[in-house]
Design a protein around this ligand. Sequence first.
Ligand SMILES: *[C@@H]1O[C@H](CO)[C@@H](O)[C@H](O)[C@H]1NC(C)=O
Ligand SMILES: *[C@@H]1O[C@H](CO)[C@@H](O)[C@H](O)[C@H]1NC(C)=O
Ligand SMILES: *[C@@H]1O[C@H](CO)[C@@H](O)[C@H](O)[C@H]1NC(C)=O
Ligand SMILES: [Fe+2]
Length: 430
Amino acid sequence: MAVMKGQVLVFALAMAFAGLIGCVVSYDRPPARKDISILQPNDFSPTSPQQVHISVVGPDKMRISWITQSSAPAVVEYGTSPQNYTNSATGTSSSYRYLLYKSGQIYDVVIGPLNQNTVYYYRCSSESTREFSFKTPPAQLPIKFVVVGDLGQTDWTNSTLQHIGQSDYDMLLLPGDLAYADLFQHMWDSFGRLVEPLASQRPWMVTQGNHEVEKIPLIHKTPFTAYNARWRMPYEESGSNSNLYYSFDAAGVHVIMLGSYTDFDPDSDQFKWLQADLGKIDRGKTPWIFALVHAPWYNTNTAHQGESESDLMKKNMEELLYKARVDIVFAGHVHAYERFTRVYNGNADNCAPVYITIGDGGNREGLANKYLDPKPETSVFREASFGHAQLEVVNATHAVWMWHRNDDDVAVSSDTVWFTSLSSDPACKL
Ligand SMILES: *[C@@H]1O[C@H](CO)[C@@H](O)[C@H](O)[C@H]1NC(C)=O
Ligand SMILES: *[C@@H]1O[C@H](CO)[C@@H](O)[C@H](O)[C@H]1NC(C)=O
Ligand SMILES: *[C@@H]1O[C@H](CO)[C@@H](O)[C@H](O)[C@H]1NC(C)=O
Ligand SMILES: [Fe+2]
């Protein structure tokens, strides 16, 4: 009963503050596929690890995150063959409250040093019935990424995850909007269970979207409570003081995760951090630079035009990324796929980043299928279909991008393009 009342209250608040949490609906979306909700299996004990996911920490460590209903040891045991745990590491656990909801224990254990490109078997909280395994990313190119945003938890999401599961990728990059919990905290738990089969096997590196904010004026003033507790990323390692923006190296790629829903003014911590981070990049070690944001800086869909997270952030930060010769900027937010040419300040520019919107993971809000007409020449490919993309960085000069539409067989790529790195283009030397 208390739970029911709580949900009614939360729902009323959600409606009242829908504008504030960023659900700007200014176009007709086609019907979405049905929502799915993954409950805790009946045979789970209160100390069974669930919602396991992993993320890289520095060049040779991995963070293991999981949740139990009641307290269990914050320990991960691991080794390179099944059931033979030659190493173990201990970490910490925490929980959070959100209105009437209290989370389970959320664990955070960093393991390593680990060998590169190696399969490890592991178990959490010494639970013998649930063994997991993951593969560490390679130390050198090639490396294969999956990029997908705005996942949510619908039948479309399931279809996207099935396709991702069939690709042999090393690391997943997610430009924001994960669970679409929108204040209903049990949906974060459902999302954790939905993605566990994939997110426990490969590092999932994420940044936040508007659906992660979950701030309610006067009632829950702290933003990102669930996101920060459940999806902790390696920010300290890159000199950031916020889980909302950070960077890391993966093989020959420097990946920058920006925060669209935190301060990005020229005197903000994020701006100064970005400046410093770009200044430290060694193009000999990481010939490629990718950046991820949630709200797209270039977008010809009618959805999400004119938002300050897109326009002001672009105004403040575009020059920094351009001058650093960032190769590709990925965004989500718009529930469709769009690929631009290299563009700076609105104009095609051979030394500027390629901009790609990949907010088509499959969430319950449906597709954004109206576009501005006529299509500007800088927009090369645009389509409102759910899907995901694979990006294989082959060597220091070449990478191949393949967008997969869910409706197609996974072997079919609907938009394939080769990119060459800006660091290898003599005309783009600074
Ligand atoms: C467990 O792994 C270690 C180190 O790889 C190896 O020496 C040992 O033989 C293994 N034990 C079993 C029972 O497989
Ligand atoms: C996801 O799709 C697969 C394959 O179609 C199906 O077996 C599975 O039951 C689906 N999962 C959910 C949660 O709907
Ligand atoms: C990089 O990969 C591309 C595409 O496979 C290939 O054509 C090129 O020769 C490679 N460059 C080097 C230096 O191996
Ligand atoms: Fe969004």
